[in-house]
Design a protein around this ligand. Structure first.
Ligand code: ATP
Length: 387
């Protein structure tokens, strides 16, 4: 086992595409770190560089304290599990799992023991003589894992290994993979675009964004799932983590007596701001307020901050998501913007998570307030959290 360090890693492809810029983080020995982000944010490229399938242009990659930046893939002692499993269709499960070891000229009896142990652990013993075509998706996924496990590598790299499974099986395999990682304690770097998968599996989660301006890094924040949810570093992370996504509204902070009041742009809605020295610095300025759907509370009309008609309500059984519009310019989570944006007209669609019993009839108004202590505040020009 080993730690894996990305130290100022960058990758620009020959056509000039900057896929990865200035990424630094360490996966501790035995840790499970998930790389998550939208399409094109450089997840696969980072993983492929760790595997030795892609060369880096800048920075260093360390396994423990050894610089492996220029080490050939086969000499890195890392096992990779791909999205499509890459199983050999003409070989049995046993042969698929044994293949890599045979290539290394390992004695037959040792191979047999490693394969049988891994098969036992993955509940594959009774399928060892089947070919992949005669297995379910979940079983194939386990064979791909088995092939990685038998090598007893220093680290696992996994590129969306559950994405070919149906929703139910994916949830089941998610838990199995996590348990397996806890049992084996192998350093793991795992790529997914699914934030729920990231949050449920990662000891820590690294949120990536496609490379923007020169000098920026794709890496927006790396933290435990709970801290990403509670203290997102910026609008991008706040909008990516959580389902349904955090609502963002534009507001101006106005001095009111000794305190502050936030006035939502384009509307007559305003509310007192909980006292905070950092927010005081924004008096007279514009901010973006983040409201998680679960922070809304259904309330009597006299106490309502929002009281808009609800054209769409989605009943999920345990909760209902209600959507409503306010006449306020929306916020682009991908970009920091100019102050002029605040003056534009527009409609901002918000979503609240409420108890099913409070579900309104179509187009009925729903009085809602929010827990003001739990609001998130962001600088609209930089997108970073104010705190
Ligand atoms: P996805 O979730 O869609 O797989 P990703 O986050 O894994 O995306 P990458 O595949 O790492 O993203 O790609 C990052 C960026 O690099 C993208 O803009 C992509 O188009 C570009 N890219 C990837 N491979 C190459 C290549 N061989 N040549 C040029 N550009 C590339």
């Amino acid at each position: 086992m080993a730690s894996m360090t990305f130290d100022g890693i960058g990758k620009t492809f020959s056509d000039g595409t900057v896929a990865v810029a200035n990424v630094s983080f360490t996966v501790a020995d035995g840790e499970f770190v998930v790389l998550v982000g939208p399409s094109g944010c450089g997840k696969s490229t980072l993983l492929r560089m760790a595997a030795g399938l892609e060369l880096l242009n800048s920075g260093r990659l360390l396994m423990d304290d050894h610089d492996v930046s220029n080490t050939e893939a086969q000499d890195r002692d890392i096992a990779m599990v791909f999205q499509n499993y890459a199983l050999y269709p003409h070989m049995t499960v046993y042969e698929n799992m044994a293949f890599g070891l045979q290539q290394r000229k390992m004695p037959k009896d040792k191979i047999e023991k490693l394969v049988r142990d891994a098969a036992e652990m993955l509940d594959l013993t009774k399928y060892l003589h089947r070919k992949p075509g005669a297995l379910s998706g979940g079983q194939r996924q386990r064979v791909a894992m088995g092939r990685a496990i038998v090598r007893h590598p220093m680290a696992f790299l996994m590129d969306e290994p559950l994405s070919n499974l149906d929703a139910k099986l994916r949830v089941q395999m998610r838990a199995e993979l996590k348990l397996l990682n806890q049992r084996l304690g192998v350093t793991t770097l795992y790529v997914t675009h699914d934030q729920v998968e990231a949050m449920t599996m990662g000891d820590r989660v690294a949120v990536l964004k496609p490379v923007g301006n020169a000098g920026e890094s794709n890496l927006q924040q790396i933290d435990t799932p709970q801290r990403l949810y509670d203290r997102p570093a910026n609008i991008f992370v706040a909008g990516f983590i959580g389902s349904p996504a955090m609502n963002f509204v534009r507001a101006e902070l106005r001095a009111e007596g000794a305190g502050l009041r936030a006035a939502i742009a384009g509307t007559g809605i305003s509310f007192p701001v909980p006292a905070s020295a950092v927010l005081s610095a924004y008096a007279g300025r514009q901010v973006v307020v983040g409201i998680r759907p679960e922070m809304f509370l259904v309330c009597p009309e006299a106490e309502a901050l929002f009281n808009e008609p609800v054209p769409v309500a989605e009943a999920l059984g345990a909760d209902t998501y209600v959507f409503f519009d306010i006449a306020s310019p929306p916020v682009d989570v991908n970009d920091a913007e100019e102050p002029e944006e605040f003056k534009r007209k527009g409609t901002n669609r918000l979503v609240a998570r409420i108890p099913p019993a409070a579900t309104p009839a179509p187009n009925q108004r729903l009085p809602l307030t929010v827990d003001l202590q739990q609001l998130h505040w962001f600088d609209p020009l930089t997108g970073t959290a104010i705190r």
